[in-house]
Design a protein around this ligand. Sequence first.
Ligand code: FNR
Length: 379
Amino acid sequence: MKPILEINDLKNLARRRVPRMFFDYADSGSWTESTYRANESDFQKIKLRQRVAVDMTNRTLKSQMIGQDISMPLAMAPTGLTGMQHAGGEILVAQACEEAGIPYTLSTMSVCSIEDVAEHTKKPFWFQLYVMKDKEFAGNLIDRAKAAGCSALVLTLDLQILGQRHKDLRNGLSTPPKFTPNHIWQMATRPLWCLGMMGTKYKTFRNIVGHAKGVEDLSSLSSWTAEQFDPKLNWDDVEWIKERWGGPLILKGILDVEDAQMSLKTGADAIIVSNHGGRQLDGAPSSIAVLEEIVDAVGKDVEVHMDGGIRSGQDILKALALGAKGTYVGRPLLYGLGAMGKPGVAKAIDILRNELDITMALCGERDVNNIGKHNLYRK
Ligand code: FNR
């Protein structure tokens, strides 16, 4: 096997090990994918300021997000269907994050449930919620997250309506799954993946099936899900959720200064500058392109985090330099998971950690908390 040196190596390996419809599900954006691509490519436009002859001993990446200690300013973003990249995927990613000392965020649309992940981890993880029409179900999810000891609720605001993803439609990825000969062929050519799936009990949306009223199997799940995302979502819903939850709240999907200012009124603990990894509004700016103006507008009053397009430690440093207190990755850890299961996730985190550490040193910084605009080369 070729050495694994960067996130792209894990991506290439995942492409060979995960059935195409699920690899494409992760590796895609909406419509023309222009925002998806810009999330990555806009990082390349930002240049770092090299410094020399600075004492580089005793470096530290330790930091905090929403007051919680973390080993580096990085968290796992919520990703639906993680358990389709690898059997038991959510549990494996959560465990790798726990061992690495970074937060793991479990998606509402995950395969393993809140309780499954809690049973297999020791430390609290974060839970991501979509605003749903079925308030009783959403309230129950919040209660279940509380009972499982989740230490933050990440409320996603940018998916009132689903952005169209051509790859998923072309691959026939739907709930309930309709297996075509092509799907069976895709799976048959990934024998390790198939073996894992055959041996696991985690195969459906376990946060939802058996919990939401009338959703007892994949077929009833399909019609239920189609109705659940709430096109009427508004800031009052955020208030309601904040009250019911009562703990640290992070608002995800903020890409505009006015929305960032609105979110201040909710008293949230943090906002995530995010465009859902380029999976929603195609044509929107990349997250890194709008980060600075949002930090300038609200950064004094609320913690600002960001995600979208981070593929290296250099990217993390650039986001921190532009004012993010913390960053998240989605696909990089999914590629690690698809490539090699839990060791692949650990490898992805290690790659990002080493790149951040060395890049920080080459910028003349020893403490990740001191990174700022002075680390950027700007004429
Ligand atoms: C996501 N994302 C996402 N966000 C969310 O709030 N709830 C979810 O269930 C999902 N599901 C999901 C699935 C997959 C396969 C991907 C790739 C992404 C968006 C995610 O949290 C995050 O915003 C992006 O993944 C960040 O971009 P990168 O790091 O993947 O480039």
